[in-house]
Design a binder for this molecule. Structure first.
Ligand SMILES: [Zn+2]
Ligand SMILES: [Zn+2]
Length: 210
């Protein structure tokens, strides 16, 4: 029986195979690492037994979804609500029934957009569950370990979505590294959702770029 194996170190889910993949190209890349114990694999079913997701409102229209206890890289996903549909910004590996119910209660997901390949996670599971499209920048096409018709690769520097949202290619950390501009965020002052492409410095007066 073939399985969509998941790398334990980066949380990336792979195309179905009978045996686990020989290696994880995301972790072998110098921007990630292979764990001290060597390459290890898990599955979504196994993950559902060991972990749950914590879902918390960050501000009106913005909800954080993170896995406890922490898994793989440990990022959170952010659900952005707009009157024209919701965007899941970045992705996490664990998708379980409780998360599906909570996200549906918030209006589901129209589109998934992910900053860079370290957060691709189980994006295809999320897309299939919520009947969502996925927007990735074409410059990171080679980093997709589970190709799927749900994925659209866009080219260029900016891509308007809906609800005022715009994807902006920043590059840097990855050639196709993208951020999301949300003009309605922060009570109308506007917000950038950036993954680790742009990070706020400790003193909160500056940002740094990967
Ligand atoms: Zn990996
Ligand atoms: Zn990264």
């Amino acid at each position: 029986m073939s399985t969509h194996f998941i790398c334990r170190t980066c949380g990336t889910q792979f195309a179905a195979s009978v045996e686990p993949p020989a290696a994880c190209p995301i972790c072998q890349d110098e921007r990630q690492y292979v764990g001290y114990a060597g390459q290890q694999w898990t599955t979504l079913d196994e993950l559902r037994r060991e972990h749950t997701n914590r879902i918390e409102e960050v501000e009106p229209g913005l909800t954080g979804i993170g896995t406890v206890p922490g898994f793989a890289i440990g990022q959170r996903a952010l659900l952005v609500q707009t009157p024209e549909g919701n965007v899941l910004w970045d992705c996490i590996t664990l998708l379980d029934e409780a998360t599906v119910a909570a996200v549906r209660a918030l209006g589901g997901i129209r589109t998934i957009a992910i900053s860079h390949p370290h957060y691709y996670a189980t994006m295809v599971e999320w897309a299939q569950t919520f009947d969502a499209t996925i927007y990735l920048h074409a410059d990171d096409r080679a980093q997709v370990m589970r190709p799927d018709p749900a994925i659209t690769f866009w080219e260029g520097e900016t891509l308007p979505l809906f609800g005022g949202l715009t994807l902006i290619r920043c590059g840097g950390h990855f050639a196709g590294g993208q951020v999301l501009h949300w003009p309605d965020g922060a009570a109308g002052r506007g917000a950038m959702l950036t993954g680790d492409i742009i990070m706020v410095a400790q003193d909160r007066r500056y940002v740094s770029f990967m």
